[in-house]
Design a protein. Sequence first.
Length: 400
Amino acid sequence: MAIQVLIEKCNGCSLCVKACPFDAIRILDKKAKIDSNKCTLCGACVSVCKFKAIISERPISTCQTPNIQDYHGVWVFIEQKKGKVQPVSYELLGKARELADKLGCQVSGVLIGNELEKELNELIWRGADNIYLVEAKELAHFQDESYTKILVKLIQKYKPEILLCGATAIGRSLISRVAINIMAGLTADCTGLDIDPQKKILLQTRPAFGGNIMATIISPNYRPQMATVRHKVMQPLLRDEKRKGKIIREAFDEETYRCRTKLLDVVEEVTSLVNLAEADIIVSGGRGMGKAENFKLLEELAQVLGAAVGASRAAVDAGWMPYSHQVGQTGRTVAPKIYFACGISGQIQHLVGMSSSKIIVAINKDPEAPIFKVATYGIVGDLFQVIPVLTQRFKEVLRK
């Protein structure tokens, strides 16, 4: 064990029991005993013991600190699906451009896939100075293993200072594997990125403790500094077709492209409604909807407005809506022009995912519901009476 109790010094005072945040210590026969299955090696018991009866023997790390001076540039992993660059990548290029200007370096995008030539100019117009392009038939669809090996090799060769990635299903699956392979830190779901003016390191801000505080995280000793950012959090740059950039083509051996798994098929979710991530208007329902069948009310309103349908975690956990429709800290972050919150109380976890909406319309029968504190417009009433009236009225107005 890395934590040991010196039996001859321990007098069973139980200070360590009270200090342990993981309930890993018991007093047996007037001596402290540590449960190795619960102990996380936090060291709280070591510092509190007045008799120096507990010692820490942490193993020496074998991770070699990189020469930070060798690392330069801000990179963005460019996510693509079926050869089409995803909007989150343009958002990250915009933020990368801002960070790079403060560091006095270039912005580079890493694009992996097949037949992607038509996407290159748009990436440069949106802020990239360089595009590292890796194309092969085997890379047409995202697969964890091959994409990870490629990105790791590119990082080891070119040594970027910062690497940004979208906090999407693909991004989260990929970038955590890359971080482990190159022994770098990773901050997930950032809502703010900046550069420390003195130390010239990346300041990575994200919600913590259920969104009750904002934590700023730094990685001063390892490179690249890595962060994921949710879709709709950052703003893309306007297209500048005068911008010029460099295309750097890379190729690797067959072993790099080989995966132990085989992709059989990609099944898209079939929906007649608007994509949640891209919607200008979202109609969301929460626990107040009562049951799955009642979401038809929201779907009817969404059809009239050309909107997407969202849901709170409570509604998703109840099985009323698929997870892909979940808005909040553990779902999607959205920033539509109008957000209807129907039967949603407004817990902080939900607010984290939709508070950037330009207009928030809350419908709830509880006048004390927290959602009304962030709402632009609030309707106190029975949503089963209010929503049909709204739907009918919008039909009449939009028909004109």
